[in-house]
Write a new protein. Structure first.
Length: 202
């Protein structure tokens, strides 16, 4: 289980304490197939969080209604060409969220959300799954998709905070750190050699 709050104790500095503390409670996990047994576990876990960002859900659109959580709205993106992959975000009811589906790629599992808060800039959340072992051109497409989408969103929402979560496996994420106003919050492998990265524009 990978929980953002589990890591923030060592990541928080004096100038970031208040900013991180003001975030909704975030939970991230690589599901390796979301089934009904795991859904029961999520039901218990969800009591402590406001948003659950999951990868490798392996869901299908026709079965999505079976995976609703009480008091949460499900946003999902599935692979169309084969089984596996997929991402979803559960958002607690009462949070004002706008899904920007027009910016999502049809060729990869990604979700982009805007969380609106009273008297504050919006929060931009992305949850992305990048499969391992892809050819170089597909890796470049993933990086280009992230950079282009961030640029468009920040052009519309200049003071927004940005959070990118996902299972990037063997993708080289260094261009994101070079070309975007972000920093890497989790810079170590969280399962085997897999790379799960959080970036933020604070």
């Amino acid at each position: 289980m990978h929980c953002l709050r589990k890591h923030t104790k060592s990541l928080r500095s004096n100038d970031r304490n208040a900013k991180l503390a003001s975030l909704p409670g975030l939970y991230t996990h690589n599901m390796r197939s979301l089934n009904l047994q795991k859904l029961q576990e999520l039901e218990q876990i969800s009591e402590s969080y406001d948003m659950l960002l999951l990868t490798e859900t392996w869901l299908e659109t026709k079965k999505e209604r079976l995976y609703n959580l009480n008091n949460f709205t499900l946003h999902s993106s599935h692979r169309k060409d084969r089984i596996g992959g997929g991402v979803c975000i559960y958002v607690r009811d009462g949070l004002s969220v706008e899904r920007v589906a027009s910016y999502e790629s049809k060729h990869m599992s990604s979700i982009w959300l805007l969380l609106h808060q009273p008297n504050q800039p919006p929060l931009i959340f992305a949850n992305i799954y990048h499969p391992p072992g892809l050819a170089k051109k597909y890796c470049e497409e993933t990086i280009e998709h992230i950079i282009t989408t961030v640029a468009k969103l920040l052009q519309k929402h200049r003071n927004a905070k940005l959070f990118i979560s996902g299972d990037f496996n063997d993708l080289d994420c260094s261009p994101l750190l070079l070309l975007l106003p972000v920093e890497q919050l989790v810079n170590f492998s969280t399962r085997g050699s897999a790379n799960w990265t959080w970036c933020s524009r604070m």
